[in-house]
Every structure is written in structure tokens, then in C-alpha cells.
Design a protein around this ligand. Structure first.
Ligand code: ATP
Length: 251
């Protein structure tokens, strides 16, 4: 049997029989998947399927009811701080210090993380993240969503974080900004980052992901792997997504 990408490369994220319930409500019911270094994994699923809960488990923000989550072989429940140190997290709405410039934000957060906050490192990271030179010295209070994300990705690059978690990264971006963002993710993948992206953007996932997992009823309903140049058929993804929605609604 052919090996998947995550069997051949270093696994950076792993959910193993992950279970979580809020009160009586079981949200995750035995979720299993892996993300490898240099791979983009898109986790799809309807509203309330448990995608953000899965990210929270990797970030150590919730204590799973059962199973394990590992970041670079580190059990998150046992050592949440060590696991978090490996992760750069880009939430749907990136939180930055509004009155500080992009450069100052990176300087502040890098110093907070005990990392090298030299001007040359910050400049190189913002360059790699595609933030225009004239924007780097401006207060982020006036930034668009796309510019905020570039700043956050710049921070991830400057931290040399091996793992990137993204929650709905392209929601609210116009098609050009979304394509721009996907190029940025492609570059991060080429640097060897392992990327887990939670999204409703089927077109974006079809274009950029190496694997797509469909979350339904608290488990992976299906996992698809990109094939060659054609990658994924977005119409087939859409049909599958809609079918999952119907299953959820009937449950
Ligand atoms: N802190 C909480 N307490 C109680 N219930 C919660 C909590 N957080 C999430 N839930 C519930 O758990 C379920 C899964 O939520 P989650 O945010 O993980 O879903 P999601 O797949 O990210 O949804 P969406 O696509 O709408 O963002 C939802 O029914 C939600 O209402």
C-alpha cells in the first residue's frame, strides 16, 4: 500500500483518538489524523463540527476528554507550554497591538518569546511574508485583514516556528488577496513548515492543500490526498461537503 506524506516525513501534529465534550455535548468522538513537516492539511467540516475545538486541543487551550494530541512528539496535555512554543497560530482575526507598527509588533512578540528580535531578522521575516516595505513602519491599526495575516506569518517565520495553525485564514479576503495568501502558505510549506488549516474555502483548499480531512460527527469522515498537478476536483469536494452537511443535519 502506498504510504501517505505523513508516513514518509516527520509528523509534526498528531491527533490520536481525540475526544472532547463540552458538558454533555460530545463534539469530538475519536478523531485521528497526522500532519507532516512540509505539508498543508486542510480540515473541512460544517459549522459546529469541532474544527476550532481541534485547534484548541493542539494549542493546549482545552484539556481533551480523551485521546491524545501531540506537537512534534510532545504530548500537549503533559507539556502545553513546550508544545505551544513550537506553534505559530493565526486566528481568524489576528490580534496585534494596534498602536504599534508591524516591525514593533514583531519586536515585542519576539522579545516576549525570548527570541532574537534584531532589526535584520524582523526585516527578513516581513519580506518573506510579503508585507510591503512601506507598510512595515505603519501602525497596524489601519491594516487590512490580509496585511495583518502577513504580519502574523512574518512573526511565525521570525520565530522559526515549525508548525502553523490557521483558523479560517481566507474568510473575508478578496480573491486576489486569498491567492496572495495561498502563495505565502506555499512558501511556508517549502520552508518545511507543517501547516494545519481550518477552512470553509473549498477552492483555496483544493488549490493549496496536500491533504483534506472532512470532519463530521466528531470523526474524520474522509481523508483525500492531492494527486499530481490536478490536485483536487473542487466540484467533487463541494458535492462531498454538501453531503456531509446533510448527514450532520439529520443526526
Ligand atoms: N466553550 C464551549 N462551551 C460549550 N460549547 C462549546 C464551546 N466551544 C464550542 N462549543 C460547541 O461545540 C461545537 C463545536 O464548536 P467548534 O467551534 O469547534 O466548531 P467549528 O467546526 O469550528 O464551527 P464553525 O465552522 O462554525 O467555526 C459547537 O456546537 C459549539 O457550539
Amino acid at each position: 500500500m502506498e504510504q501517505s506524506l505523513s508516513d514518509k516525513r516527520d509528523v509534526v501534529l498528531e491527533a490520536c483518538d481525540l475526544r472532547h465534550q463540552y458538558g454533555d455535548k460530545a463534539v469530538l468522538r475519536g478523531l485521528n489524523f497526522k500532519v507532516a513537516a512540509g505539508e498543508i492539511y486542510a480540515l473541512l467540516g460544517g459549522n459546529g463540527a469541532g474544527k476550532s475545538t481541534t485547534l484548541s486541543a493542539f494549542l493546549g487551550l482545552i484539556r481533551p476528554t480523551g485521546g491524545t494530541v501531540r506537537v512534534m512528539d510532545q504530548d500537549v496535555t503533559e507539556a502545553p507550554d513546550a508544545a505551544r512554543a513550537k506553534i505559530a497560530y493565526v486566528p481568524e482575526n489576528v490580534a496585534l497591538y494596534e498602536h504599534l507598527t508591524a516591525r514593533e509588533n514583531l519586536s515585542y512578540f519576539l522579545a516576549l518569546a525570548g527570541a532574537d528580535a534584531s532589526a535584520s531578522r524582523i526585516e527578513a521575516a516581513l519580506e518573506a511574508a510579503g508585507l510591503a516595505p512601506d507598510a512595515r513602519g505603519r501602525r497596524v491599526g489601519g491594516f487590512s485583514k490580509g496585511m495583518r495575516q502577513k504580519t502574523a506569518i512574518g512573526l511565525a517565520i521570525a520565530r522559526h516556528a515549525p508548525v502553523l495553525l490557521l483558523d479560517e485564514p481566507t474568510s473575508g479576503l478578496d480573491p486576489r488577496a486569498a491567492a496572495d495568501f495561498n502563495r505565502l502558505l506555499d512558501a511556508a510549506r517549502s520552508r518545511g513548515m507543517g501547516i494545519l488549516m481550518v477552512t470553509h474555502d473549498l477552492l483555496g483548499a483544493a488549490e493549496i492543500a496536500d491533504r483534506i480531512g472532512f470532519l463530521a460527527d466528531g470523526r474524520l469522515e474522509a481523508e483525500l490526498t492531492a494527486e499530481g498537478e490536478a490536485r483536487f476536483d473542487v466540484r467533487a469536494l463541494h458535492a462531498r461537503y454538501v453531503r456531509i452537511g446533510q448527514t450532520d443535519a439529520a443526526a
